[in-house]
Write a protein that binds this ligand. Sequence first.
Ligand code: WQD
Length: 345
Amino acid sequence: MAEILVTGGAGYIGSHTILELFAKTGFDVVSIDDFSNSDESTYGRIMEISGKEVTEHPLDLCDFDSLKKIFSMHRDIVGVVHFAAHKSVPDSVAKPLGYYSNNINSLINLLRVCKDYKVKNFIFSSSCAVYGNTDQLPVTEETPFEKAESPYGHTKQVCEGILENYCAANPTFKAISLRYFNPAGAHISGLTGEMPIGKPSNLVPAITQFAIGKYDDLTVFGNDYSTRDGSCIRDFIHVTDIANAHVKAIELLLKQKDNFYKIYNLGTGKGISVLEALHSFEKVSGKKLNYTIGSRRAGDVVEIYANNNLAKEELGWEPENSIDEIMATAWVWEQKLKVLESAKK
Ligand code: WQD
């Protein structure tokens, strides 16, 4: 059976993509993950939901020799979906070298091994962070990059450049970069979702973990931006909508002949402010959030949301979930996680 290699398959978007691959395609899935921001128990939950098993390899993609061994064991890999990377904006500001070294070396290693083993289909997890602080909103795939606001965003700019150069030099290798806006929410089953290690830096898990009592503070980073309510604006997109776009991207890639490198924005097209997101959570959960207003966070762009026409036209993709559905599913999962964690104690 043909296999798809998912790097970061125990991670947040990776695990939801595996669930959609299992639900909608006949592929087997091999996952490589080093659990640096994920938990091995995710594979069990994928099994519980889908009834299908992921073949898992615990590994850091920077370990080239071990990566080669995995490809030598799996000769049926037809495509790679490369999620595994460090993704926190504030962390990357604090630890730039770790971000450059991990995010760039893992991509280079994978491309080298794909070449050795003649794997010709590749999907790369990119980010709206590549656009930097642009004032051309909504951003299209053609909007020029501004200077990245964080080392994280810069790693994504560099990785896209590497992929584009590599595709140009290797015409039989086909790739798609998917630029995620702000993925959030959890699986509709309520049985799996995001499991960040340590205090979350992303807004939605910060909200749900505060609401459940894991942390006693929730800070809105800045309410003095030049936006409608002073807080930053983002394009929050449900993780299952993002996952579905990967299934469509794989299907599109497999149909292509040579010389194919494309980029698609994955956002809803709607900008939601941080305060609006908090209010959506309050509405769907019935819980009041006693947040505080803090200072601006280094590395944050003011406002970003997508023009998603290209993904709609060429992938036949349509995001289906609203901010309320994002918050509702994230909240169901946070409560389920509490039950799972107290059962472990
Ligand atoms: C969103 C807004 C914060 C936490 C993310 C991903 C990155 C990339 C782009 C790709 C900001 C504010 C947050 C909190 C807050 N996407 N905030 N209090 O920085 O836009 O980057 O999207 O996959 O991978 O990390 O997302 O969720 O960290 O922040 O006020 O406790 O919420 O300042 O304005 P960001 P985020």
